[in-house]
Design a protein around this ligand. Structure first.
Ligand code: GLP
Length: 251
């Protein structure tokens, strides 16, 4: 029997996984108060943020020395645009915890020159020493951050064209109107993800099952960007039974 390159852990429910993930983040911060944390958006991490806020309110985690880098942002949206990922993070996490504003890092989707903005972001990440712990979601098409399926992947931060499928998936941030979803985003590149010292990827629900199976069992290919995580030595994939159902049995 061949072992999978990625460690998969199946949880009884999404809420159990979210609570365990928040507990893991809190423990990592207690061990290293100046932790550099990579953060995703989307529906998947919402319960993790809720749990982290609850832990913070109970005095069980102190974010005052933590540094954060979000994965991506829509091109053309200013940070205070209510549809931006920055605004999402403010609503669900930043405004409820004691992160120092100067240690919150985000792409500015409204930056005049996207290339220069990407260079700035990569430089800030390098100056911070890279990501200690990275939380990830996965798109139903196998994308991570906004590294979309294609013929190749880029190592550094870059401007990425969004697939129709991904635009559809985020339409709820834009009043359920897919035509209002920007055509492009700024995203970290694969290097930042591969170089993160520890990665927890969360996937819940049956619509993630095919992507999870391709990521864990499929070939390493830019057609499934998440499959490159097989090259990383320290990734855990946390799923519920539905997202993990393609992995039943050995390969
Ligand atoms: C989004 C984000 C990803 C996220 C993924 C899954 O578009 N760019 O970072 O992991 O798609 O989203 P969800 O958790 O809503 O399924």
């Amino acid at each position: 029997m061949l072992a999978d390159a990625l460690n998969v852990r199946v949880f009884a429910s999404e809420s159990e996984a979210a609570a365990a993930c928040a507990a893991l983040v809190a423990a990592a911060i207690r061990e290293k108060p100046s932790l550099v944390l990579g953060l995703p958006t989307g529906r998947t991490p919402l319960n993790v943020y809720r749990e982290l806020v609850a832990l913070h309110r109970r005095g069980q985690v102190d974010f005052s020395r933590v540094t954060t880098f979000n994965l991506d942002e829509f091109l053309g949206l200013a940070p205070d645009d209510p549809s931006s990922y920055r605004a999402y993070m403010e609503r669900h996490f930043f405004q409820h915890v004691n992160l120092a504003p100067e240690r919150i890092h985000f792409f500015d989707g409204s930056a005049e020159r996207a290339e220069r903005e990407c260079v700035r972001y990569d430089l800030e990440l390098a100056t911070a020493g890279g990501l200690d712990l990275l939380l990830l979601g996965i798109g139903p098409n196998g994308h991570v951050a906004f590294l979309e399926p294609g013929e190749s992947l880029q190592a550094g931060s870059h401007r990425a064209r969004l697939s129709r499928e991904s635009r559809q998936a985020v339409a709820s941030l834009f009043g359920d109107d897919v035509w209002k979803v920007p055509l492009a985003a700024l995203t970290l590149g694969m290097a930042a993800l591969i170089q993160a010292r520890r990665v927890i990827l969360l996937a819940f629900g049956v619509n993630k099952a095919a992507a999870v199976t391709a990521m864990v069992r499929g070939p390493i290919t830019p057609v499934c960007p998440a499959s490159f995580l097989q090259l990383h030595g320290n990734v855990e994939v946390w799923v519920d039974a539905e997202a993990g159902r393609g992995l039943d049995g050995s390969r």
